[in-house]
Structures are given as structure tokens and as C-alpha cells.
Design a protein. Structure first.
Length: 215
């Protein structure tokens, strides 16, 4: 179903399709004073302010007062709002959360895209989203469905290599635990092939050592 049909009371022209994300720039497509109009829509309860300059239409069937998207959903939405549809993706610990390898929520979301962007402090929840400059075209990405619409996420194998680029040190339990969990589901031949393609052999060696020690 089209996002415009899932968000009632919001002009479909202001949505960053195919998502429910909205920015001042997208709202300027129909409003002469987008900031004032977005504030009006927020007061009406049909959109929510995610961060300074970023909004989302409330999906049909949801109520603004009790709807707080997960950090991973918000990160995915911001990836599209900042880089355009298909231009960004969530990665790192955010991807590990999406793949079910990190049970505890984090206070930071991780987004990558082709250009550098400032980090964004969220207003809808106590968290921030960090941006990294990486070319999505060179990474192994997968489709991700969220409440805010479709986005991209690094695959299990890409996430393993990303989380293993630095040595594992004592006290880095979330990162190490995520890699261990992902390694249990990985196809080692595919992982090795991806490592060769993205110059990730050192990261692969770290992940394999970590998995062997956990066995």
C-alpha cells in the first residue's frame, strides 16, 4: 500500500516517497511557509517531529501520543531523508539489531551514505544517529521494511565484517556478542567471498577467531 494511503491528513506531495519521512525541503514542494505548516500538522497530530528539520507522518492506525518508532526505524527513515531513496543504509550495531543479533537497545543509531553528514540528535526519543561516509554501491545491502517505509540495511555478512574492522577489546561486549551471534548464521563461503571483494580479510580473520573462542 502506498505511504500516502497509510498516512491520513498529510498531503502526499510532502512525503519523501516511498517513505513517510518529511523535511522542510520536501514540504516546500507545496507550502510557501513549510516550517509553519509542519508545526501546524504536528499540532494536529498527523505528523511527529523526529529531530530538528525532520518529521514523519503518523501511520494509519497509530496515535501520535503513543507511537515512538524504534531507533533502527528512525535511523532508516533518516537515511532516506538525508540521502534520498536507496541512497543510504543502516549498518553496524543498528544492522545487528535489525538482524536480531543484539537484544539490548542502543542509544546510538548508525547510518552510512555516499557523503558525510552531521550527526543528528533525536527529539522523539533520547538518542542520536551517527553518519559515516561510505559508498553503498560497494557494500552488500538488503531490503528493509519499516513502519516509515522501505530502506536498506547491511547484510549479515557485511555487518560481521563492519563490526570486526577494529580489534575486539575487553569490555566491548555488545560488538563482540553481535558478531558471535551473526557468525552462527553466516555462510562462511559467502563471507569469505565478500571479504575478498571488499578488502576485509583482516576483519574476517578477527570474526573467525572470535567465533572459535566462543565455541
Amino acid at each position: 500500500m502506498d505511504t500516502a494511503q497509510r498516512a491520513t491528513g498529510v498531503p502526499p506531495e510532502i512525503l519523501i516517497r516511498p517513505t513517510l519521512m518529511i523535511t522542510g525541503r520536501s514540504a516546500a514542494a507545496i507550502y510557501r511557509q513549510p516550517a509553519a505548516e509542519l508545526a501546524r500538522l504536528a499540532r494536529a497530530g498527523v505528523i511527529v517531529k523526529i529531530a530538528h528539520g525532520y518529521y514523519a507522518a503518523v501511520p494509519t492506525g497509530r496515535q501520535r501520543d503513543d507511537w515512538i518508532p524504534s531507533l533502527e526505524t528512525l535511523s532508516a527513515g533518516l537515511a532516506t531523508a538525508v540521502f534520498g531513496p536507496g541512497g543510504g543504509a543502516i549498518w553496524g550495531l543498528s544492522a545487528a539489531r535489525v538482524h536480531g543479533a543484539l537484544p539490548r537497545a542502543t542509544a546510538t543509531g548508525y547510518v552510512l551514505g555516499p557523503t558525510q553528514h552531521r550527526d543528528i540528535e533525536l527529539s522523539i526519543r533520547s538518542a542520536r544517529v551517527e553518519f559515516s561516509k561510505r559508498d553503498p554501491a560497494r557494500l552488500d545491502l538488503e531490503y528493509l521494511a519499516t513502519e516509515l517505509g522501505p530502506s536498506l540495511v547491511t547484510s549479515i555478512h557485511q555487518t560481521i565484517l563492519d563490526l570486526s574492522t577494529r580489534p575486539f577489546e575487553d569490555g566491548e561486549t555488545p560488538r563482540a556478542d553481535a558478531v558471535r551471534a551473526l557468525m552462527e548464521r553466516a555462510d562462511l563461503d559467502r563471507l569469505a567471498g565478500l571479504a575478498a571483494n571488499v578488502r576485509g580479510r583482516t576483519a574476517l580473520a578477527r570474526a573467525l577467531r572470535l567465533a572459535r573462542h566462543a565455541a
